[in-house]
Ligand binder design. Structure first.
Ligand code: G3P
Ligand code: CA
Length: 258
């Protein structure tokens, strides 16, 4: 394959999550300092109906608390420390809400884009996607004039979630995430409600022509999680548009100086 692809944009996965605890203010601040083009976050719904940035169903792994995110209010999570599990020298009290993260990007993001992944879509039957569309509208982010420059993109592994979100916020670009074992969309053929393909990097290793087939349809590829230099190189050479990485600084240096 010819080496003519543009340099992919660097997406800080869960913030700069190798150096700082994932989904904390500190992780996103560092990603912004390191010049990430975009950041990624996972969202779940709290007991009081707020979207909060947590990957797992429970807070146990990433905080000093216990319990399902959906069983706790934001106020109850205010006393939990979400940083010390990663680095005992750091403390960050309170869960990061999506509202807060949008505010951080507005005030200090200098154009940094946000990829929001909705979690547990089936159990809540679209509530997370509905709340996301509402929140983006409240922040004036639901109707970008130029879709290719949209400040926020929505993603999910669940086709039903992406479809539902697209109905609620048609101007916001969507990414259909594909795991290594996703069979249905492996060919790179996307439905009209998914603007980008989002393969696991292991899928790309097995099928390096994937991104080119997506590009032939006029769509872009977002690939995750791209931490190894060989994978960064694979993405660059195969025409991936966005690489999601836990190590934005190292990934950026590799892309700038392969
Ligand atoms: O960016 C997509 C990727 O984050 C999906 O996997 O488990 O890290 O949310 P996960
Ligand atoms: Ca994610």
């Amino acid at each position: 394959m010819g080496d003519v692809s543009p340099i992919p944009d660097v997406v800080a996965h869960r913030g700069a999550s190798s150096a700082r605890a994932e989904h904390t203010r500190g992780a996103y601040e560092l990603a912004l300092q390191q010049g990430a083009d975009a950041v990624e976050c996972d969202v779940r719904i709290s007991r009081d109906g707020r979207l909060v940035c947590v990957h797992d169903r429970r807070v146990d792994r990433t905080s000093t608390g216990r319990g399902a995110v959906s069983g706790l209010t934001v106020a109850e999570m205010a006393s939990l420390d979400f940083a010390s599990w990663h680095d005992p020298a750091r403390t960050e009290l309170g869960v990061l809400t999506l509202d807060e993260l949008l505010g951080m990007l507005r005030d200090g993001g200098h154009g940094t884009r946000l990829f929001v992944e909705t979690k547990h879509p089936a159990r809540y039957r679209g509530l997370v996607e509905h709340r996301l569309a509402e929140l983006l509208a409240r922040h004036g982010l639901a109707a970008p004039r130029v879709r290719a420059e949209a400040p926020v993109l929505m993603m999910s592994f669940a086709e039903a979630a992406v479809r539902r979100f697209k109905l609620a916020a048609p101007r916001v670009p969507t990414v259909l995430l594909l795991s290594r074992i996703s069979r249905a969309r492996r060919g790179g053929v996307l439905p009209e409600w998914a603007d980008l393909a989002g393969p696991d990097v292991r899928l790309l290793r097995a099928d390096p022509g994937f991104a080119a087939r997506v590009a032939a349809l006029g769509r872009d590829t977002y690939c995750w999680t791209v931490d190894e230099p060989a994978d960064v190189e694979l993405c660059r050479r195969s025409g991936v548009r966005y690489v999601a990485t836990n190590r934005p600084e190292a990934t950026r240096s590799h892309l700038d100086d392969p």
